[in-house]
Design a protein around this ligand. Structure first.
Ligand code: NAD
Length: 336
């Protein structure tokens, strides 16, 4: 059997991790032949709950999971890890301003960046799920300079999956018939779900989504606002944020990163911007990416961008620049 992969999940006592850990342990991300050592990080007050999760993982009797290490120590959680799922973050409490949420999480992700830099393998792959995910990923990478920037990503695959599902339902096809949607920008309500390059297979024929839907006003109106507001709608209905769909999306994101995505398809991933499409460098921005089998992603270049799209892409970029400025200024004046 292969050498075990060392995989860390933070926020391990939380609700996303509750679904995610089963899927990782079951081989849905790294394959059915890959043994795993799981390190599970949460904060000290959650250690009892985390022990309950560990008991359940044992009770799943999963053959791939060789060892489980629950801990409240970043050093123990991150030492020599191959992959980090950074799910844990400070949740938004009632009355909390967006700025307070941003700065509370900036402190967490500075600390985790420093610890990854010190303790993780230099090849570690990091996906940030905890919100504000894009800016948390930027902070984490900033404080882990010895790890390549391309090893840090944030999750917009849930938004990508939501967009595919909306289009598939509208046309009445399976969601895998819809290809090449794009989520541009921030995992927030400013994100731009774009189907102007997307195709759909209907009765054996591949059509542009615009042609198959035959309702431009819906595509440029309700479709966009539904995807942008889907997280809030789930929260309102469940009184808890998306967890089942979020953990499925995390698995899709990391599985495609690990094994490569189908070459006729791109996926949306928030990655360190290199200035593609005129978006600002140095923010973690969601782009269409192709992923090859050697775990390398590349931004899809040179898609034609309409004025309608550019305005939306710039709006979400501006939000990310503001978040970056707020977070870095706060950290500069709060060194501990
Ligand atoms: N990017 C996305 O698409 C997406 C989708 C859904 C949810 N989210 C975000 O994912 C995060 C987790 O969601 P959830 O529903 O599991 O929340 P949750 O509140 O159920 O769990 C979060 C866990 O993180 C832990 N935690 C807090 N600070 C920590 C730290 N410093 N180190 C380790 N653990 C820490 C908490 O104790 C808790 O157990 C939230 O920020 C949520 O907004 C992102």
């Amino acid at each position: 059997m292969a050498t075990p992969l060392k995989v860390c999940v933070t926020g391990a006592a939380g609700q996303i991790a509750y679904s995610l850990l089963y899927q990782i342990g079951h081989g849905d991300v790294f394959g059915k032949e890959q043994p795993l050592i799981l390190t599970l990080l949460d904060i000290t007050p959650m250690m009892n709950a985390l022990h309950g999760v560990v008991m359940e993982l044992h009770d799943c009797a999963m053959t791939l999971v060789k060892e489980i290490v629950p801990t409240d120590s970043e050093e123990e959680a991150f030492r020599d890890i191959d992959v980090a799922f950074l799910v844990g973050s400070m949740p938004r409490r009632e009355g909390m301003l967006r700025k307070d949420l941003l700065t509370a999480n900036a402190k967490i992700f500075r600390s985790q960046g420093l610890s990854l830099d010190k303790f993780a393998k230099k090849t570690v792959k990091v996906v940030v799920v905890g919100n504000p995910a894009n800016t948390n990923a930027m902070i984490c990478s900033h404080f882990a300079p010895s790890i390549p920037k391309e090893n840090f990503t944030a999750l917009t695959r849930l938004d990508h999956n939501r967009a595919k599902a909306q289009i598939a339902t509208r046309i009445g096809v399976r969601s895998d018939a819809v290809k090449n949607v794009v989520i541009w920008g921030n995992h927030s309500s400013t994100q731009f779900p774009d189907v102007s390059h997307a195709t759909v297979e209907v009765e054996g024929k591949t059509l542009p989504v615009y042609e198959a839907v035959k309702d431009d006003a819906w595509i440029e109106g309700d479709f966009i606002t539904t995807v942008q507001g889907r997280g809030a709608a789930v929260l309102k209905a469940r009184k808890l944020s998306s967890a089942m769909s979020a953990s499925k999306a995390v698995c899709d994101h990391v599985r495609d990163w690990w094994f490569g995505a189908p070459q006729d398809e791109w996926v949306s991933m928030a990655v360190m911007s290199d200035g593609s499409y005129g978006m600002p460098e140095g923010v973690v921005y969601s782009f269409p990416v192709r992923v090859s089998a050697d775990c390398k992603w590349a931004i899809v270049k040179d898609l034609p961008i309409s004025d309608f799209a550019r305005e939306k892409m710039e709006k979400t970029a501006k939000e990310l620049e503001e978040e970056k400025k707020t977070a870095l200024e706060f950290l500069a004046s709060n060194s501990s």
